[in-house]
Design a protein around this ligand. Structure first.
Ligand code: COS
Length: 386
């Protein structure tokens, strides 16, 4: 699946323009009000951003992973809350349905996800199951032609906006093999949301708990129609998501570098621009080199991801996606840290973009698998290959 290069170029240019002309000027409002304005969400729909990863037959744009990464790179160059609005529809919320759903499930849900009329969240994490996802406790018990689902999900991105959840619950015994994935509509009786999480950064991004008390879900909503496959679905979705987050990290690194160069150009100390000092140039140079390394890595691995059959897991590619996430999310952390350093005291003041970005990027090393989980995935695969 991919869009022809010429049409893709047009799309990428529009996204670039949209980021520059619509999103960057709205960054302060998002920071102040902790919300992405509704007219911007409407424009995102118009641009087709909710459906970039969904095939054209379901109303999406049908980008390849490499193309999706290019778009994520552009969206990474502004406050990360904007990307978060479309992020779950593009990635972790929709992809389980696309990869492993039945034809009926795809036909019912994907067109509305692609248009942005339905926001879909990914509900894997629980109060006691974060990195150890296979230990999740939410239970789905068969009851006639339904399942009754009970449990609690934590830090669920876009839950307050969601019309449906791709939700992992235990239908069988302990461990990964006992987990199934369901499409759970948000309005069902017994489903309730916790209070909004107050986060360190990424203001405007909405997360909260999702609580389920005997929520009756038709068996037809079991993704793929077969129980016990949900953990693998979640892992495949995360492989993709990790590449997307890597591209996003590179985009944000680029923005922070631009902010830092601009500041170094105008700020004067000791009678000259601080950008003329070699110690400042060294920090800028390290940012540039690491950004180039990260972005080259993401593009190469995204092409390898595209070369394998869609929806099928390849342990080597999964390992490489983890390498990308490990490197790029740590890299943008270092870039943000240097960005603050270059700005000096101003970098600690909220009016300057680097102060916010410094807080925003901290999450990149945590969600869709911490750095340590990426290390485990990489290490395990290396040992397996040996
Ligand atoms: N694609 C497809 N299948 C995968 C897979 C992948 N990327 N990774 C693992 N699997 C399969 C394994 O092959 C195994 O299948 P079999 O039982 O048939 O052999 C099964 O899933 C269990 O795998 P494993 O034994 O490796 O599972 P672990 O419990 O050791 O967990 C980690 C593996 C730690 C990597 C996993 O739990 C993980 O990614 N945790 C982080 C979760 C996360 O990212 N959370 C973020 C929240 S979402 S924003």
């Amino acid at each position: 699946m991919s869009l022809d290069q010429e049409t893709f170029q047009i799309l990428r240019d529009s996204v670039q323009r949209f980021v520059r002309e619509r999103l960057v000027p709205a960054e302060d409002a998002v920071e102040e009000h902790d919300a992405v304005p509704a007219d911007i969400v409407a424009d995102m729909k118009e641009l087709g951003l909710f459906g970039i990863s969904i095939p054209e037959e379901y109303g999406g744009i049908g980008l390849s992973m490499a193309q999706e990464c290019e778009v994520a790179y552009e969206l990474g160059q502004t406050a990360l809350a904007f990307r978060s609005v479309v992020g779950t529809n593009i990635g972790i919320g929709s992809q389980g349905i696309l990869m492993d759903g039945t034809d009926e499930q795809k036909a019912e849900y994907l067109p509305r996800i692609a248009s942005g009329d339905l926001i879909v969240s990914f509900a894997l994490t629980e109060p006691d199951a974060g990195s150890d996802a296979a230990s999740l406790k939410t239970r789905a018990v068969a009851d006639g032609s339904d399942y009754l689902i009970s449990g609690s999900k934590r830090f669920i991105t876009n839950a307050p906006r969601a019309g449906a959840f791709t939700l992992m619950a235990r239908t069988g015994g302990p461990g990964a093999g006992g987990i199934s994935a369901f499409i759970v509509p948000a309005g069902l009786a017994g489903l309730s949301l916790g209070k909004a999480d107050k986060k360190m950064g990424q203001r405007g991004t909405k997360t909260c708990d999702v609580n389920l008390d005997h929520v009756r879900v038709p068996a037809a909503n079991l993704i793929g129609g077969e129980p016990g496959k949900g953990f693998k679905t979640a892992m495949k979705v995360l492989d993709r998501g990790r590449l997307h987050v890597s591209a996003l990290s590179c985009g944000m690194a680029r923005r922070i570098l631009q902010e830092s160069v601009a500041y170094a150009q105008q700020r004067k100390q000791f009678g000259q621009r601080i950008g003329d000092f070699q110690l400042v140039q060294a920090m800028l140079a390290d940012c540039q080199a690491e950004l180039l390394a990260g972005w080259s890595m993401v593009q190469a691995i995204a092409r390898r991801y595209d070369a394998k059959p869609p929806g099928v897991s390849d342990p080597e590619v999964s390992m490489q996606a983890s390498c990308a996430k490990l490197f790029t999310t740590e890299m943008v952390g270092r870039v943000a840290d240097r960005g603050v350093q270059i700005h000096g005291g101003a970098g600690y003041i909220n009016e300057y973009k680097v102060e916010r970005f410094y807080r925003d990027v901290r999450l990149l090393r945590l969600y869709e698998g911490t750095t340590q989980i990426q290390q485990l995935v990489i290490g395990k695969q290396l040992m397996r290959e040996a």
